[in-house]
Design a protein. Sequence first.
Length: 368
Amino acid sequence: MKPYRFLLSALLLLSSLANAQSKLIAFTPGTIWPDNNGLHINAHGGGMLYKNGTYYWFGEHKIAGDAGNRAMVGVHCYSSKDLYNWKDEGIALAVSPDSTNDIAKGCILERPKVIYNPKTKKYVMWFHLELRGQGYKAARAGVATADKVSGPYTFIKSYRPNAGFMPLYPEGTPDNEKVNCTHPTNESEGFFCRDLPGGQMARDMNVFVDDDGKAYHIFSAEENYTLDIAELNDNYTGHTGKFARVYAGHQTEAPAIFKHKGIYYMIGSGTTGWAPNPARWFTAKSIYGPWTYHGNPCIGKGSEITFGGQSTYVLPVTGKKDAFIFMADKWTPKDAIDGRYLWLPVTFKGDDIEISWMDKWDLSVFKK
Ligand code: DGJ
């Protein structure tokens, strides 16, 4: 064998051995998380979809430096069977080179979430969109669809939801939370009424599919003062006009919803830009509420700043009972691509939840 061939084979062997050795068997929150190519996973503000035995992780592809929070590439997708080891599936939704497109390169495209619609057989991606060059003024919801889970996704539209619709008031809603646009009584109601004709602002967001197949879009509205929980249509590609306001006037971002034993849970954060703040959690018996505020689910050292992170998703672990993973981003705005992921188990104490810091853990913390 020629010497250079020998060297090449030796190098290939060494790199495959290194890969085999680097198979991950635990979560180490806050550290560099290498994908199958050895690169730190680039899927910030992410969400998960479980389909046919595989988890798919969608998130914001960030670039280096402080401009890295603008969308220069698009939404990145990874896949995994065990939640520790992730394979790069490439860019699922690419930003457009056309500067007049809603998702033009350089726009702000945050917190993408994907759900599957069994009726249309389409994968539907929702995200928070800010038009290029306008800062956070546009506050729109964007939607894209694909035939294949990892894409390519085709951008459909972006808009402010529920134009002309008043909120629902589930039984038990206090009178002082009912909006009267003839006499708005506080700032958040003022923003609601201002935006009524053109649609509500839609920033930090998530999507949630209930047991009956109905899907909901949860987003920070009213200049981030209030969360809206809004029904999506049967195709999951638009809003129906049915929605409720949650924790009105208290400025909640980063909502993540899950359901356990028939109770709806939501974890969110306060609004302090990229800086961490205390998480907050809520429960409700019906998706539209009324939602009860329970304070901070995090306990122990660092709990007052969510251990340095901000919620992005809560993942039910398939095949395990009472097993939910709280997923958060530790933002690094000066070098966006370096942002870290904090995944921690949710612990149930009866119907209450707690989240504690762990340097290292694996799925065996969940009983069955
Ligand atoms: C906090 C939000 O949760 C993030 O998604 C992002 O919009 C930053 N604010 C921007 O400051």
